[in-house]
Design a protein around this ligand. Structure first.
Ligand SMILES: Nc1nc2c(ncn2[C@@H]2O[C@H](COP(=O)(O)OP(=O)(O)OP(=O)(O)O)[C@@H](O)[C@H]2O)c(=O)[nH]1
Ligand SMILES: [Mg+2]
Length: 358
């Protein structure tokens, strides 16, 4: 899973990145950022830790979210600003989901158009940029297809089908509607996938600052949110940079109940509809991320494409059964391992072993 932080310049994305990631970004917050920071954020899971205890594996690999922190979208209406925004958005398209970071703190130290926070206005602006970037892509391609059809190009039949789905998208974008809940058959979904539209991907709203998340933030916009959270990233980043031994006292002082990384990961998992399944053994105990509703053969493919190709059956049992049994020998004695076919829907916390003919 590849997740990107998107926001206006100086909304605190890099500070959020530092609060969530294991090591701080190369460009410190507040300085001019040109590169995208990337880091895999480990998904902490007590169930996996218990598996480690049981198997004492040589290798231990938690699930990870690949987090990207690109430079922010500059404000300003010059041609240069517009081009830079377009370029930054274009390079952010290949992510699976987005966390939209809006500034909820006042700061005179950064080159903002205004020092005061106005999360509602900033969010409207950001969403507007994303939607119009999608519009430009759909319209540009639709124009090209209309020309092809008019001159009866060889690809005309396919072009007509593609144009039809793009026109449905354009109509919705025009009406200020999301494309996430636009129901498409598999063929149309595939036709659209290559465009990597923001409006077809899940987003989470993150208010960065000391304030509470007001219930109406994010309402009534053309893009909807699958999850919402507030974070005082500067404090959380400071916490993340501390010696683990000093953290509890700091958390107590600032009334922080859960580390930002865990809240962030949980909200992304919940919002995007992700779950973890585990593979276990003395060699390795490992967690894998898939989407809710994914089948056993998709899970197999996450581990290795050969396992999906040669899929015979999946041996499955829930983590809780192993936890209660205390070990594999006890579990086997209880006959608790099920054999499941390709289309079995994998559950969160399933422990899976793929039987493959390859
Ligand atoms: N008071 C306060 N300041 C913050 C917070 N988060 C970030 N800042 C400050 O805001 C400024 C911008 O923070 P960055 O994290 O660099 O913001 P950014 O979105 O990564 O900026 P760009 O990469 O330039 O778009 C820095 O001076 C931060 O110290 C916060 O939660 N509270
Ligand atoms: Mg930054």
């Amino acid at each position: 899973m590849r997740i990107a932080l998107l926001g206006l310049a100086g909304s605190g994305k890099t500070t959020v990145f530092n609060a969530v990631a294991t090591t701080p970004a190369a460009t410190p917050p507040g300085s001019f950022q040109t590169e995208t920071h990337v880091q895999v954020v480990p998904v902490r899971d007590e169930r996996l830790e218990r598996c480690r205890e049981i198997f004492q594996p040589r290798k231990y690999t938690p699930a990870g979210l690949e987090l990207h922190d690109p430079p922010g979208l500059p404000e300003g209406g010059t041609e240069g600003d517009k081009e830079r925004r377009a370029r930054l958005l274009a390079s952010a398209r290949e992510n699976d989901a987005y966390v939209l970071v809006v500034r909820g703190f006042t700061s005179p130290q950064y080159a903002y158009e205004r020092a005061e926070a106005d999360p509602k206005a900033d969010l409207e602006r950001l969403v507007g940029e994303m939607v119009s970037a999608d519009y430009v892509i759909c319209e540009g391609r639709a124009q090209k297809l209309r020309e092809n059809i008019q001159r009866k190009a060889r690809s005309m039949d396919q072009d007509k089908l593609e144009l039809a789905v793009l026109e449905r998208c354009l109509e919705r974008l025009d009406a200020g509607k999301d494309l996430l809940d636009l129901e498409l058959d598999d063929a149309d979904d595939k036709r659209l996938r290559g465009f990597q539209l923001f409006s077809r991907k899940p987003r989470i709203l993150l208010l960065n600052g000391p304030g509470e998340l007001s219930a109406d933030l994010g309402e009534g916009l053309p893009l909807s949110f699958a999850g919402r959270l507030a974070m005082d990233a500067q404090i959380d980043a400071e916490l993340a940079s501390m010696d683990p031994a000093d953290r509890p006292a700091f958390m107590e002082e600032f009334g922080i109940e859960e580390a930002a990384a865990d809240r962030f990961v949980n909200e992304v998992y919940r919002g995007v509809g992700l779950l973890s399944f585990f593979t276990v053994g003395e060699d390795e105990v490992r967690a894998w991320t898939i989407h809710r509703g994914d089948s056993a053969v998709i899970a197999a493919g996450r581990i290795h494409t050969d396992l999906a190709k040669g899929f015979v059956r999946a041996e499955v049992f829930p983590f809780e059964t192993l936890d209660a049994a205390g070990g594999m020998r006890e579990l086997k004695a209880q006959n608790a391992i099920r054999l499941e076919p390709k289309d079995y829907v994998v559950k969160d916390g399933d422990i899976v072993h793929i039987r493959s003919a390859l």
